[in-house]
Design a protein around this ligand. Sequence first.
Ligand SMILES: [Zn+2]
Length: 392
Amino acid sequence: MTPPARWPAHPAPVDSEVLSSWLHRIGACYQMSVAELVEHGLGLDPKVADGLDLDPPPALLDIVAERTGVEVCRLRQMSLAGWAPGPADSAEADSPEASPGAFDTYVRSCSVLLEAGKRSKQPAGPWRAWMPRYPLQRACPRCADPTVEGMLLGWRFPLQLSCPHHRCALEACIGFPGGHPAWTGDETPERAVSEAVLAMDRRSGQALATGQVDLPCGTVDAAGWFRLVRTVLDEVATPISCWRSRAVDLRRIWAACGHPLRAAQGRWRPFEHCPWALQSQMLEAAAEAIQLLENGTVTAAGADAGLFVSAPAVEDRRPSKDEEPTDWWAMVRAALQEVVATARTQPGEARALYNFLRCGCREPPEQILATFAGLGIPTAHLSQNHPTVPFG
Ligand SMILES: [Zn+2]
């Protein structure tokens, strides 16, 4: 049997390059798009080209390996699935949108900053780890020199904020580096990032380059590292009411990165479902949280915190002389802001808040409705009759 012919021209992939970028460069040798290369060069449905960077089908990897001589395991590492597999590589991870339990398994079964079970339990809906709902394409202004080719995994997915080599922020762009990438932002000089961001991105870069990450108290594989980061992202986005007596730690984390608490989100939603403007703030907060955890500024309370600090201190809730007292009223105000924000879009929450006020305040119903209108909460479905079920 005659072995399949190798493609006569196939430039080598660069480190951490995504599969679509590499096939784009190979296709350019034959004046073909990626979809045309998949159809005419591999004999597969061109629609397969849409999911190359997320989770390419094994059949495609087998044929590309035959055409190029690059091993299948190396090819799989050119997609997100090679580094951040779904929950335990189970069957549900084979679906582009994992099952409803996938979020709990991947994100909520680890804990770093908060004790396990202390976070929001809201369902995430259709979701896949690190897969942005809004397409994302960024590049390093210095790496994207015309002489340097390849779109990297950390640029394609919201894994990194900066280029560890050049210590500058990744910028949104259109097109592949090595071609003529067009920057979609203003013509700004290179933007610097914080040391905390550089440290986190350096570890993510190590994960993508070597498959493992050295932490202060141990080594984890790449999949474990990205799962830890995803856990911290969920923790820093957790409503402050869930942090209870640890609220001061959440405030310290967001103050360190200079963004509003929880990126000013009123309603919880998974990191992947946020636009990049919010994702970038949450990544900064996660980086600061890890740095503050490692230098002992915030408490290590999660089961997996031991990878970052040698001996997680037993939490002592007695306030010391130097400790900032917990601002309970600030927590109440923050919780109220979240309730109001949720009530604006969810009639059930609006009704619960209305009934709560009817039972607990002496304001007449019309005054409460006027206050709701002023806050932007729809009032059409609210009854002025006295509620029969308190807060329901
Ligand atoms: Zn760079």
